[in-house]
Write a protein that binds this ligand. Structure first.
Ligand code: ADP
Length: 402
């Protein structure tokens, strides 16, 4: 069975075509600048050269059509006709409280996703455009939806409720949802296999640290708490997002600086975090480079960033009354030995002992970076959200046809 995985944004669409027989990627790519006259399709067929095509792509329906054209192209294609696409899996950011698992797309599922537009106004409408575009181009192909929030639906009320008037939860569903769930689920699963231990016997803290970043406490194989909240703004300091701040800062700044709601929202989401403190970049590599050249603001940004990761690991070790596995993943977590060392060297009291040589190794494989004597196993596990989406889609479609 071949599964096409789609991650549709408002002006972009990323895709991967999987052969589920061996879970190999046949092709991947992205469409950028949808809605403009010079949209770009970058197509990477496995084993063949990358192709880049610039043309007018005004909507998502055309974007999906262009993807199918690429996949079936005489030269750069990897399948002979679109009939070879057996199912499509979509990444959906927000599943609210309704979706605790991945599901096949039905009319009711589409309505639920639309009802959730309020909670994820930047993401869910774009995902919906992706689903509609597949409806138009591949009308008879089953589709599944996989939610970033679903994995965190196991959190107890003591983790997901905010201590604010309860009526706000009842009326507006204001609560912690958490994000990056597909990634936290994937890396915890890979780590348990790597350690040859049942997932439900481990007390894990997973650190997904990329441009966006979140930490999750995983107890009995389930999300017990996570640092992102009702939106992906809460928790760690990120590239351009503030993460946790005193909520009273919002009305205070609005008054003093005469900012509107949307201006303060934009300040906290786009003009804060590492960018704001370093004054250099939101990109961790550039911040580390500047720090190494003696830039004090970059050093402060790095120190604040690391300090907040450490605080969350400590908090979640306390929340679970212990920790035996610590996992790093995503762009920074997978690639920055400097960040991992700075985080781990400050929390040795938890029983974390980093092996400097292993930490310095670069690899695309899951690996342990703690010493043999370390009580807590520290692992680097490359994330693969697309593969998990493909697997869920494959399983749902197979079960439906039984
Ligand atoms: P996104 O959240 O957009 O998916 P990624 O998971 O791709 O982000 O992570 C992007 C981040 O990873 C950037 O800040 C980038 O600087 C960082 N990164 C990638 N490689 C390295 C590296 N070798 N050292 C430090 N940071 C790195």
């Amino acid at each position: 069975m071949k599964v096409l995985v789609i991650n549709a944004g408002s002006s972009s669409l990323k895709y991967q075509l999987y052969n589920m027989t061996d879970e190999s990627v046949l092709a991947s790519g992205r469409v950028e600048r949808i809605g403009m006259d010079s949209s770009i399709v970058t197509h990477e067929p496995t084993g063949k050269p990358e192709v880049r095509d610039v043309s007018e792509i005004l909507d998502h329906v055309t974007a999906v059509k262009r993807v199918i054209d690429m996949l079936t192209h005489d030269e750069h294609g990897v399948i002979s006709s679109m009939d070879e696409i057996d199912a499509v899996g979509h990444r959906i950011v927000h599943g609210g409280e309704v979706f605790k698992n991945s599901v096949l797309v039905t009319a009711e599922v589409k309505n639920e996703i639309k009802r959730l537009f309020d909670l994820a106004p930047l993401h869910n409408p774009a995902h919906m455009m992706g689903i509609t575009a597949v409806d138009n181009n591949l009308p008879n192909v089953p589709q599944a939806v996989v939610f970033d929030t679903a994995f965190h639906q196991t959190m107890p009320a003591s983790s997901y409720l905010y201590p604010i008037p309860k009526v706000l939860y009842r009326r507006h569903k204001i609560r912690r949802y958490g994000f990056h769930g597909t990634s936290h689920a994937y890396v915890s699963d890979v780590a348990a296999s790597y350690l040859k231990k049942p997932l439900n016997e481990l007390k894990m803290v997973t650190c997904h640290i990329g441009n966006g970043a979140s930490v999750t406490a995983i107890l009995d194989g389930k999300s017990y708490d996570t640092s992102m909240g009702m939106t992906p703004l809460e928790g760690l300091m990120m590239g351009t997002r503030s993460g946790d701040i005193d909520p009273a800062i919002v009305p205070f700044v609005m008054g003093k600086e005469e900012l509107t709601l949307s201006e303060v929202n934009s300040m906290l989401n786009k003009h804060s975090g590492m960018m704001a403190i370093s004054g250099v970049s939101s990109d961790m590599r550039e911040v580390i480079d500047a720090m190494n050249e003696g830039d004090e603001n970059a050093k402060l940004a790095f120190d604040m960033y690391v300090y907040r990761v450490r605080k969350y690991i400590g908090a979640y070790a306390a929340a679970m009354n212990g920790i035996d596995t610590l996992i790093f993943t995503a762009g920074v977590g997978e690639n920055s030995s400097v960040l991992r060392e700075a985080v781990c060297k400050g929390i040795t009291f938890l029983g974390i002992e980093l092996d400097d040589e292993k930490n310095a190794i670069r690899s695309k494989e899951a690996r342990e970076i703690s010493t043999a004597a370390s009580r807590v196993k520290v692992l680097v596990v490359p994330t693969n959200e697309e593969l998990l989406i493909a697997r869920d889609t494959f399983e749902l479609v197979q079960n439906a046809s039984k």
